[in-house]
Design a protein around this ligand. Structure first.
Ligand code: NAD
Ligand code: UFG
Length: 346
């Protein structure tokens, strides 16, 4: 059977690269597009060492209409797209809201605009649990109301979902929006992982960098939340489990198995883990002592959010499988490998 050709936008990024590995291993042919604003071309060699296949790569900014048009003209056989490309730093989005709206929304609009006319758009979209804002009830199910976003970044996800819903309802397009909770971890090979630029905003890379001495001390933002130990609670989902869900969603679209042309699913573990628990898990799994101190609350943080994953379990037949210990061990392996390689290159 001829392999489907899949466009992966943002495919050199963190979640995009892990999903690309899973897609190649599932037999798909890929075209990756990325402007490398938050990733490196070296990731392609990582994908190649894991899978034995180097995917086709085009460096471009998705906001560029002419270049996006060209991608589809030169690849008329693209069957579907997984759209990861976006700016994603919550804090930065407060400082540069227009950049976030411009980048995240224009990229999506160009994708929809230039998708080949001869077959309808099929798209798996990277959404986020930020669409639920500060939820009234936990765990958060897909029936939970969409709430005002806590950041311009979160708002781009809410608006993007609305654009996709409107588009799907007026065309023959099909879309699945995947609402990720907190992706962490790395490929078990230690060859690809999360590589934030500069000082990490997210907890896991801050922990691994602190343990290696790249950062001095982890600050735990807030210890007086209304949670069991006073620190914020999140649902940390392994990046490889997340990647596998994309392959399932893609197949659901390609095989026309959707119940409606616009579907959305929560992707998490269903378990809440506090910041302090995460620190303790890390110390147990890696036998590393972590320097940490308590600091004031971080603006925009919600106290607690974790997923009800029943819908994804029942309809997609997907379930997070990795234990938190396995996920932390993979993140740690990746960080150590990466720093070793970096020192070697100096
Ligand atoms: P990432 O920054 O590692 O990957 C995104 C990629 O998109 C990067 O490689 C970047 O260079 C590229 N990109 C950005 N703007 C572009 C543009 N205009 N044209 C071409 N390429 C562009 O981020 P990630 O963690 O892999 O996230 C992937 C997707 O998942 C994003 O849409 C993000 O908003 C969403 N998401 C991420 C998280 C998370 O915690 N990581 C949580 C929920 C949702
Ligand atoms: N935290 C610390 N110290 C740090 C970093 C984080 O205490 O140095 C705490 C935060 O205050 C929060 C928890 O760790 O309580 C998790 O923070 P992250 O920044 O790792 O994750 P967020 O839940 O804030 O947001 C993440 C992504 C968003 C995404 C969202 C939902 O950054 O892009 O998950 O998917 F939208």
């Amino acid at each position: 059977m001829k392999k489907h050709k899949i466009l992966v936008t943002g495919g050199t990024g963190y979640i995009g690269s892990h999903t690309s590995v899973e897609l190649i291993q599932a037999g798909y042919e890929l075209v990756i597009i990325d402007n490398l604003s938050n990733s490196s071309e070296k990731v392609l060699s990582g994908i190649e060492s894991i899978t034995g296949t180097k995917p086709e790569f085009i460096q471009l900014d998705m906001r560029d209409e002419a270049l996006m048009k060209q991608v589809f003209e030169s690849h008329p056989d693209i069957s579907a797209c997984i759209h990861f490309a976006a700016l994603k730093a919550v804090g930065e989005s407060h400082e540069k809201p227009l950049e976030y709206y411009d980048n995240n929304l224009k990229s999506l609009l160009n994708l929809l605009k230039f998708f080949p006319e001869h077959h309808p758009v099929k798209i798996v979209f990277s959404s986020s649990c930020t669409v639920y804002g500060n939820p009234d009830e936990l765990p958060v199910s897909e029936q939970s109301p969409i709430k005002p976003a806590m950041s311009p970044y979160g708002n781009t996800k809410r608006i993007a979902e609305e654009i996709l819903q409107d588009y799907v309802s007026s065309t023959k397009a099909a879309c699945i929006a995947l609402r990720y909770f907190n992706p962490i971890g790395a490929h078990p090979s230690g060859i690809i992982g999360e590589l934030p630029q500069g000082v990490p905003n997210n907890l896991m890379p801050f922990i691994t960098q602190t343990a290696l001495g790249v950062r001095e001390t982890l600050q735990i933002f807030g210890k007086d939340y209304d949670t069991p130990d006073g620190t914020c609670v999140r649902d940390y989902i392994d990046v490889l489990d997340l990647a596998k869900a994309h392959v399932i969603a893609l197949e659901r679209i390609l095989n026309k198995n959707q119940e409606t042309n616009y579907e959305f699913f929560n992707l998490g573990t269903g378990k809440g883990v506090s910041v302090l628990e995460m620190v303790n898990h890390f110390q147990d799994v890696t036998a590393q002592k972590l320097n940490y101190k308590f600091a004031p609350r971080r603006a925009g943080d919600v106290p607690s959010v974790y997923a009800d994953t029943t819908k994804a379990n029942q309809i997609l037949g997907w379930k997070a499988e990795k234990s938190i210990a396995e996920t932390i061990a993979n993140a740690w392996k990746w960080e150590m490998n990466y720093r070793k390689q970096e020192n070697h290159e100096k």
